[in-house]
Design a protein around this ligand. Structure first.
Ligand SMILES: *[C@@H]1O[C@H](CO)[C@@H](O)[C@H](O)[C@H]1NC(C)=O
Ligand SMILES: *[C@@H]1O[C@H](CO)[C@@H](O)[C@H](O)[C@H]1NC(C)=O
Ligand SMILES: *[C@@H]1O[C@H](CO)[C@@H](O)[C@H](O)[C@H]1NC(C)=O
Ligand SMILES: *[C@@H]1O[C@H](CO)[C@@H](O)[C@H](O)[C@H]1NC(C)=O
Length: 609
């Protein structure tokens, strides 16, 4: 009978009869050792044949009995044959696909501190039916939703999942034979207790098959970057360190698992990428784990982040603490411009600025110490994305408002807490100013029928929206809205209210002119003035102007009239208005204090006889 560990065959026979053609055996390393055991006295007895059947063909056994160990560590895949290859992009790859069962093991690669070095980031067990099982960073497992694992085995979709302090193990049965998958966040290993059959494809079957094993159809993951070399790396020291695998205590194991690929993987990666974030021992551990079944048990846990890192983060070392760092490609969008977030988003009535949590941490900034001009306005940290969001409206959080070249500019700033009351401070000072600007409000012309009991026009000015309404009432208290069914008699007093819907009180409605025409064009004649230059027409004693320029609404009243003529005609009421940005809480129109003139707007209402 033949027992086999990885590439090491203990053959307990009197005679070994190998028949083969060289082609079939090409590339297969076969170690045959005859061991003296109590079960094989014949070996000790000098290999004399004592059994009835001494002939055995090893052709089938050799071609099929290469037991599987595939290691993926950092960017390197060491396949079942011990051949290595490295992934240099950030795509998803098939590690192992079994045509007969439809099972496929996939690995996704992502960058960390450098854009030009990828690391295995997650591993997925894809069954042709049922939910995928994903092994993620931080020893987290997803089976359509997060799964809480303990030391004991839990079964999902026929897969035994368990977790210890070193990582997560998934045990699968493949055609009745056990396969186990281990992932600790930096290294994935697949052990097969079955002979690796030729029906397997993927990078673990053949590491050189990287282009046919790439799954991602999106080509953006294939983009290559070149980052400047890290001059803190001492190449001599890296080579010395990686070659430890050839010396004691590993040397005694070299016959069981060839260390060469692990040494190359170690050297290639650490000559480029700094030995930080728990990477120092990663390759040694991967090798040791490869031997675990034989000799060692490693219990050196990988660094685990307290928080779940978001997609643009990885778990690494920040100033001596284990925490979520920014991935290099993501961070380069900001660090290239020396920014911590942004840009400012101006929308509706609010402006917001989003700062990147991992960049703040890497810059030694504690986000809880940040606020806007008003220290009560703090940022909101999103627990999933780790983004810190500040928002303000034009009348909150100490926002400064100024007008400049027909722009209204709202400005605020993110600053560090004034720490004069604190005994000590570990914070750098932060000052990030951000602002939104929009053109001074401007309204367009609109003519409407009285059938609408009130009229409204919308102003869109950049991202800032204003609406302006004009309503007619039959009472001073403005409770009786005049609609299409209301009869307005001649000389009846009516009240016109002009109002803008804004929550904040930074703008005021100023009515400059109101006049009536019998034609629908505001410039038609005859024309009758009700308000001129902000004041009631002194010739018409019935006109009263109220609250002009004082707030978001003003009103005026007059007595209804009609144009003299043979036929009763329609009465069009036109008002030319401005929205004015309040200063010192007032826009009130006085001769001595003129407000800045913006573009005027026209709003009209019509009465049909
Ligand atoms: C997984 O399989 C291996 C090998 O068959 C076994 O040693 C180990 O105990 C199993 N672990 C779990 C969690 O089932
Ligand atoms: C690099 O490492 C080697 C071996 O550890 C050491 O002898 C050498 O001084 C180091 N070189 C530098 C520049 O630190
Ligand atoms: C900021 O936005 C949140 C909701 O996203 C809201 O509850 C809060 O009132 C806003 N703060 C300001 C100052 O606008
Ligand atoms: C603003 O108001 C304050 C007090 O009401 C007054 O002292 C100050 O002169 C005003 N400033 C301007 C520019 O009108």
């Amino acid at each position: 009978y033949v027992t086999a560990t990885n590439r090491n065959y203990i053959i307990d026979f009197n005679y070994i009869y190998l028949t083969s053609s060289t082609e079939q055996f090409a590339g297969v390393h076969l170690f045959i050792s005859l061991q003296k055991t109590t079960q094989s006295p014949l070996v000790a007895a000098g290999l004399s044949c004592g059994l009835q059947r001494c002939f055995f063909s090893l052709i089938a056994s050799i071609s099929c009995s290469v037991k599987g160990l595939c290691t993926v560590t950092g960017p390197t895949v060491i396949d079942f044959r011990g051949q290595m290859n490295s992934v240099s992009d950030r795509c998803e790859y098939t590690l192992l696909q079994d045509q007969s069962t439809g099972l496929s093991l996939k690995a996704n690669f992502m960058e960390r501190r450098r854009r030009d070095v990828s690391f295995v980031d997650s591993v997925t067990l894809d069954f042709s039916q049922g939910d995928d099982i994903q092994l993620l960073q931080g020893h987290r497992v997803l089976v359509s939703s997060p799964v809480i694992l303990s030391g004991s085995v839990q079964t999902f979709n026929g897969v035994g999942l368990s977790k210890d302090q070193t990582g997560v193990t998934a045990n699968i049965s493949l055609n009745g034979s056990p396969v186990s998958l281990f992932f600790d966040g930096t290294t994935a290993q697949i052990y097969m207790d079955v002979p690796v059959s030729y029906t397997f494809t993927g990078m673990c079957a053949d590491s050189s098959s990287s282009s046919s094993s790439r799954l991602s159809s999106d080509s953006s993951c294939q983009q290559q970057y070149v980052d400047p070399a890290d001059d803190t790396i001492n190449i001599t020291a890296v080579i010395e360190k990686c070659n430890i695998l050839k010396s004691a205590p590993f040397s005694s194991c070299n016959i069981h698992v060839d260390p060469e690929s692990y040494i190359i993987a170690c050297t290639e990666t650490l000559c480029k990428y700094p030995a930080v974030d728990g990477l120092r021992c990663q390759f040694l551990e991967a090798y040791a784990k490869a031997l675990t079944h034989l000799f060692f048990s490693t219990d050196h846990p990988e660094p685990i982040c307290q928080d779940k890192c978001s997609d643009h983060e990885f778990c690494g070392d920040i100033h001596g603490n284990t925490d979520c760092r920014c991935r290099a490609i993501y961070a380069s969008e900001y660090t290239g411009q020396n920014r911590l977030g942004g840009p400012t988003v101006c929308k509706d009535n609010t402006a917001s600025l989003t700062l990147v949590g991992c960049l703040l941490k890497e810059n030694g900034i504690d986000y809880t110490h940040l606020h806007l001009n008003d220290k009560n306005c703090k940022g909101v940290m999103d627990p999933e994305s780790h983004m810190l969001k500040f928002n303000f409206s034009s009348d909150s959080c100490g926002t400064d408002i100024m007008t400049k070249n027909s722009q209204v500019i709202f400005t605020n700033a993110v600053v560090t807490r004034n720490s004069s009351s604190d005994l000590i401070s570990r914070q750098d000072k932060v000052f990030i100013e951000f602002s939104c600007s929009h053109p001074t409000p401007e309204l367009q012309n609109g003519a409407f029928k009285i059938i609408d009991n009130w009229i409204m026009i919308f102003l869109e000015s950049g991202e800032w929206h204003y609406s302006l309404t004009m309503k007619a009432y039959s009472d001073a208290a403005q409770t009786q809205l005049l609609g299409s069914n209301s009869d307005v008699r001649l000389n009846q007093k009516i009240w016109i209210v002009l109002e803008t819907k804004r929550n904040e009180e930074v703008v005021s409605v100023v009515t400059d002119f109101c006049w009536a025409t019998s034609g629908n064009s505001p410039s038609s004649s005859p024309r009758y003035d009700l308000i001129t230059d902000g004041c009631a027409n002194p010739a018409d004693r019935t006109v009263h102007v109220m609250g002009n320029g004082q707030g978001t609404s003003n009103s005026f009243s007059f007595n209804m009239f009609e144009f003299s003529g043979k036929e009763p005609s329609e009465v069009y009421l036109h008002c030319q208005l401005q929205l004015c940005v309040k200063k010192n809480n007032s826009c009130e129109r006085r001769r001595s204090l003129r407000y800045r003139r913006g573009a005027p707007a026209l709003i009209s209402m019509v009465w049909t006889p």
